[in-house]
Design a protein around this ligand. Sequence first.
Ligand code: NCC
Length: 276
Amino acid sequence: RRKLSGHELLCQLKDKVEVATLTPELPPFSSLPWAAQLPSQPLTSDLGPYRSCAVVSSAGSLRNSGLGREIDSHEAVLRFNAAPTTGYEKDVGAKTTIRLINSQVMASDDHRFLSSSLYSSGALVAWDPAPFSADLTQWFNRTDYPIFTQYQRYRRLHPLQPFYILHPRFEWQVWQRIQDNMAEPIQKNPPSSGLLGTVLMMSLCEVVHVYEFLPSRRKTELCHYYQRFFDAACTLGAYHPLLYEKNLVKRMNQGADRDIYNHGRVTLPGFSKLNC
Ligand code: NCC
């Protein structure tokens, strides 16, 4: 099979992946009293369009990057999980427009999801590693972590903050794009938050800059910029098909290779600016 060009890959993503979120009328949620807590509109009708966006990975190589000012200059900034800005502004900026969190963060006691102010800026978007079929009832009956009980609790405490849940179809549509473009079979686990957030922003922004997803010359075994914990698997992947994700993003990058090397910066077009 022929290897697709970067432009063809981008068009595949645009055509075959839909950033869908849960809304109150979707079964099986529609018959549950708390369905009314879900946003009435899908995320893509409420947020954006934005001109220029930043996706900030949580990689340790953001340490001493000095990218904070550049990151904050974008109209919208997406961050992940428990990644803080306070105390790290010089390297990662201070603006948070969207925070994408996995269900493990919502459920684990360490992250104090319900009470920490870390989660209170911008819109929240949650996802859970759903069974491959992406059938909503199957997923509802066996989520990886208790995403729905935590969602209800958070909504009660913070009713005014926008908070979306990604449809599991989305994670598997992105997974399929990776698999169809790799020669060997990849693990049947959903893509990392990093790639999911990048595709989400490509559907909201005219141009997306992703920071330290493809590691720069500052590449390090330090897992996160905000923690003293070392593990190369954070950058290379274990559960998530992270190396394959990075291969795909490298092929789609429209910026210069030296921008990756010097700044860890990748430039991707938003779907609205893509002529397919
Ligand atoms: O580490 P995590 O990801 O929160 O990082 C967010 C995204 O940044 C990219 N990244 C991170 C570190 C690094 N050295 N290189 C990178 O490229 C990845 O794209 C990553 O997705 C996740 O994807 O949700 C993940 O979450 C953590 C963890 O659940 C949260 O941080 C909360 O503690 C997972 N770690 C564990 O389960 C131990 C991680 O595997 C994936």
